[in-house]
Design a protein around this ligand. Structure first.
Ligand SMILES: NC(=O)c1ccc[n+]([C@@H]2O[C@H](COP(=O)([O-])OP(=O)(O)OC[C@H]3O[C@@H](n4cnc5c(N)ncnc54)[C@H](O)[C@@H]3O)[C@@H](O)[C@H]2O)c1
Ligand SMILES: [Zn+2]
Length: 406
């Protein structure tokens, strides 16, 4: 007790005195962000220590079970709940469970508060006992958001179980919930302690949600990785839940390239001080489409329609050759993704662009491909170009439809 007191007193004495004659004091501090994103196979096998190690970064006291709060998506709980319970039991964890239904409609402040209440009920220590989020992008966004708010931040681990989560939503530091008419309008930047990716989870996803994640992989390929584009082309008929959860070496390379590419883009601009971001490719017009489309489009599907438009725009500016343009659109089509949508018309595009200009501080900063696997930004896009691009895509869709009906 004495020793503690002495050390806290001496720490205070060592702090330099502020100049009391000043009227302005300058504060400066930097925040270190340090976390691992790891791919690990078979993490629910009780003989595999990876999950236990990841969740035991903060061990409190000896001879005491390690307390954790697991927040899990209800569908994931149905499929993997028993295995998770067996696993944590065998590694002597004291787990408190919070099961939430995490569809896009439940991605709101109420869900975040429910998670915060579960943290309270579990009686988690402020730094020593972490939260483990297991589910898709929606669950991870909500859990990350609640973790950043609860006691102004408690440690949490991300275990993404969808393809979208494993290559995008579950590996960065953005958290958030929808509010009003806007997606992710309330949110924070809050890094996890780590993110653990086990492709095994993908075997129970449906094909539509695989295609949804593939859209974001195509994005990475188009803006920065031509090899990834070619691998996707070669595998386009095999991008299935079975393939993504298998040991297929090409699928493994696709996954690691997608993750590494995303992290490389995020790391130098984690807090998005720079608003011209290549990773916003396909995300200029898609937020408005996502809001308006009925029946609802998945995020990746809306991104695909936006990317197709940007491919057509690049073709119009001769930044993509006709051959490259056809290959990009065919890859989206073969991956089960749309390239047009009935509400994606000129009126919507004009409004969506105006919204994005506000979001990007007054400039279009539109990422656009220059060849397959490279990108630049434009600020002078016109409505005429958008109109021509839309017509181009309608014709291309007709050509796809003709092939299908043959
Ligand atoms: N924070 C970020 O940087 C970031 C990036 C991209 C997307 N997002 C967000 O991610 C969300 C989309 O994420 P998503 O596509 O993962 O959707 P999702 O979280 O809604 O999951 C899709 C569906 O799959 C189910 N599911 C999850 N894992 C499963 C599994 N292994 N087997 C069977 N079913 C499973 C879920 O219950 C849900 O019904 C959006 O809200 C988007 O805004 C966030
Ligand atoms: Zn996205």
């Amino acid at each position: 007790m004495n020793i503690q007191l002495e050390s806290s007193v001496s720490a205070c004495v060592r702090t330099p005195l502020a100049k009391h004659s000043d009227l302005t004091w300058h504060m400066h501090a930097t925040q270190d962000v340090n976390y691992n994103v790891s791919i690990a196979k078979d993490i629910l096998n009780p003989r595999n220590p990876v999950l236990a190690r990841t969740c035991a970064n903060y061990v409190v006291g000896k001879n005491r079970k390690t307390k954790r709060l697991v927040v899990i998506d209800s569908k994931v709980n149905e499929i993997y709940g028993d295995s998770l319970r067996d696993y944590f039991e065998s590694w002597c964890f004291d787990i408190h469970w919070k099961i939430i239904s995490s569809d896009e409609v439940n991605k709101n402040m109420e869900s975040a508060i429910q998670v915060a209440e579960a943290m309270d009920d579990a009686g988690l220590l402020r730094r020593g006992e972490m939260v483990i989020g297991i589910g898709g992008g929606v669950l991870l966004d909500v859990v990350g958001f609640a973790s950043s708010l609860y006691r102004r931040g408690i440690p949490y681990v991300r275990i993404p179980t969808t393809l979208m989560g494993q290559i995008d939503a579950g590996i960065g530091i953005k958290t958030g919930v929808n509010h009003g008419d806007h997606k992710n309008r309330l949110g924070t930047y809050f890094a996890p302690s780590s993110a653990l990716i086990d492709p095994m989870f993908l075997k129970s996803l449906d094909q539509r949600h695989i295609s949804n994640g593939v859209a974001e992989i195509i994005k990475m390929a188009l803006i920065k990785d031509r090899t990834l584009f070619e691998l996707l082309e070669a595998m386009s008929s095999y991008l299935t839940p079975q393939a993504f959860s298998s040991d297929h070496p090409v699928i493994q390379e696709i996954m690691s390239r997608a993750i590494a590419g995303m992290l490389a883009e995020l790391e130098p601009n984690l807090w998005e001080a720079e608003l011209a971001r290549c990773v916003d490719y396909g995300h200029t017009f898609s937020p408005s489409l996502e809001l308006r489309a009925t029946p609802m489009l998945l995020h990746g599907e809306a991104v695909a329609v936006d990317m197709a438009l940007c491919v057509a725009l690049a073709n119009g500016r001769e930044l993509l050759t006709d051959e490259e343009t056809s290959r990009a659109l065919l890859l989206m089509h073969n991956s089960g993704l749309p390239i047009i949508h009935p509400v994606f018309n000129l009126e919507l595009l004009e409004k969506a662009l105006a919204d994005s200009v506000k979001h990007r501080d007054g400039l279009q900063r539109l990422p656009i491909t220059t060849g397959l696997g490279a990108a630049t930004f434009v600020n002078d896009l016109t409505l005429d170009e958008l109109s021509t691009a839309l017509q181009f895509l309608e014709q291309r869709q007709e050509a796809f439809d003709q092939v299908t009906t043959l």
